[in-house]
Design a binder for this molecule. Structure first.
Ligand code: BES
Ligand code: MN
Ligand code: ZN
Length: 494
């Protein structure tokens, strides 16, 4: 989709569809009022019929008899004084849904000029473009009948009066990059496990790097990981014919000497549980167990597209977790790259086993910060459902920064404690540490495990088991937490 900032007044531009908001009780928003004047009160007469209540997300098409817009899409925006970030996003999504149903090939959107209580115009514009672009996503890669593309091809956005033009341009670009990054993450997440293998993730990274001068990749195979002593990571791929890959992507947008921000993604391309085999119900959804890796790739896509002036390193620990005669067994003890030995009491707690070696590997970059992103625990789904990612960090200032950004982007995350009191749950009689902490506090003990490998830098962990994909009729990857990660990186100074 093509996005532009509108130069002219909204009523002066010829368009297939003009999208404007209406408040409750039939009150017209400013752009609606201007249009109504140009249409000699036609809009007011439509609203007076009561066919649109003005409730957030209500929509109604009007085909005006005059003016430059073939259609007008009225969108309910609620009480004028009550429009806030969440209701704005809801109104935007309702508008997009209605727009995509029509045959309009271009549209003028005026929602970003509405006053939002807790946000500015740049945020409104960026969110509009992000939601629009991510809504264009349709999965058809493994269907024999391809989806027809939406008719809508270009969107011109109006901006609040007096808005800073370059700030608006930047917001537009960021929204587009985030939406695009989310779509990259969704596609990788949705691909089946027999297509999206560790090798596929590696070649996706290589192809992405070929598109941007600022990106380089290095792919480590099992032999190279063996040399580095990654006995923990390799214990996960031991039962699979698919070779594990450690995918390293470097983005250089800052000075050569500037320390990078590091992202580490869990890339289990299918999680059967291994010898600790999972029950059969909904096991297909374990193809989504690489959504952490997908979000990292989506974020790098967006970072490169925006040309951020910082350095970023992404590391993906990619493996398939399978049972077989060569698979790791409960009770096996392996040695991690850090030298710490691990008793594997449950082969289904494999995410932490691949992540711990990746987290040791990234020490070499002397990172400013490290965030790992993983579909790590069913307990995170039980705790937070599909709305909220779990955030854990021993560094409260860092946690607060990420929590703040999650509120700003509405890519919600909430903190769980990472207190030393939980560490004893991981004690083992036969190794330095066990890979499970028992049935309780599962998200916390998983993070406690990772914490033992992250002592040398500022670190936070995002458990996205609940938020990375939806189940049921809506089954599919969400592209989260790309908005949170991209916004975090956007705010960093070299
Ligand atoms: N990939 C799963 C976590 C998961 C489960 C995400 C269900 C989303 C939905 C992870 O590898 C796993 O199996 N975790 C186990 C850990 C347990 C054995 C300590 C879990 O959460 O049950
Ligand atoms: Mn598992
Ligand atoms: Zn898993």
């Amino acid at each position: 989709m093509k996005y532009t900032l509108l130069n002219s007044t909204t009523t002066a531009k010829a368009t297939d569809c003009l999208v404007i908001g209406v408040w409750t009780k039939g009150k017209l928003t400013a752009p609606a009022g201007a249009l109504d004047d140009a249409l000699a009160g036609e809009l007011r007469r439509v609203v007076a019929t009561g066919d649109i209540s003005g409730k957030v997300g209500d929509t109604l098409y009007v085909h005006p008899s005059a003016g430059k817009a073939k259609r007008v899409l009225l969108v309910g925006c609620g009480e004028e004084s009550a429009l806030e970030a969440r209701s704005y996003r809801k109104a935007v999504n309702a508008a997009i849904k209605a727009l995509f149903k029509s045959n309009a090939k271009d549209a003028v959107m005026t929602l970003a000029e509405l006053p939002i209580k807790d946000r500015d115009g740049a945020w409104a514009l960026s969110m509009l473009v992000q939601e629009c672009e991510s809504s264009t996503y349709q999965y058809d890669q493994t269907k024999s009948k391809k989806m027809a593309a939406y008719a809508l091809k270009s969107v011109a956005c109006s901006t609040p009066k007096g808005a800073n033009r370059s700030a608006m341009n930047e917001a537009l670009k960021a929204g587009l990059a985030i939406g695009n990054g989310m779509n990259t993450a969704k596609e990788l997440g949705n691909l089946p496990g027999n297509v999206c293998t560790p090798k596929y993730l590696a070649s996706t990274a290589t192809k992405l790097a070929a598109k941007h001068k600022t990106l380089t990749t290095k792919i480590l195979n099992e032999k190279q990981m063996q040399k580095l002593g990654m006995g923990s990571l390799l214990s996960v791929s031991a039962g699979s014919k698919e070779e594990a890959k450690l995918i390293v992507i470097e983005y250089k947008g800052g000075k050569a000497t500037s320390k990078p921000y590091v992202l580490v993604g869990k890339g289990i391309t299918f999680d059967t549980g291994g010898i600790s085999l999972k029950p059969g119900g909904a096991m297909d959804e374990m193809k989504f167990d690489m959504c952490g890796a997908a979000s990292v790739l989506g974020t790098m896509t967006a970072v490169a597209q925006m040309g951020l002036k910082i350095n970023v390193v992404a590391v993906i620990a990619a493996a398939e977790n399978m049972p077989s005669s060569t698979a790791t067994k409960p009770g096996d003890v392996v040695t991690s790259m850090s030298g710490q030995t691990i008793e594997i009491l449950n082969t289904d707690a494999e995410g932490r086993l691949v992540l711990c070696d990746a987290l040791t590997y990234v020490e070499r970059f002397k990172p400013k910060t490290v965030i790992d992103i993983a579909t790590l625990t069913g307990a995170a789904v039980a705790t937070f459902g599909d709305q909220t990612s779990a955030l854990l960090s021993p560094n409260q200032a860092f946690a607060d920064e990420l929590l703040g950004i999650s509120q700003d982007t509405l890519d919600l995350a909430w903190q769980l404690p990472l207190w030393d009191e939980y560490q004893s749950l991981l004690e083992s009689n036969f190794a330095d540490i066990a890979n499970i902490g028992g049935p309780r506090a599962g998200t916390i003990t998983a993070a406690c495990f990772l914490q033992r490998f992250t002592k040398k830098y500022t670190w936070a962990h995002l458990d996205i088991a609940g938020t990375a994909w939806l189940s049921g009729a809506q089954k599919g990857a969400t592209g989260r937490p790309v908005p949170l990660l991209v916004e975090y990186l956007r705010r960093q100074k070299a």
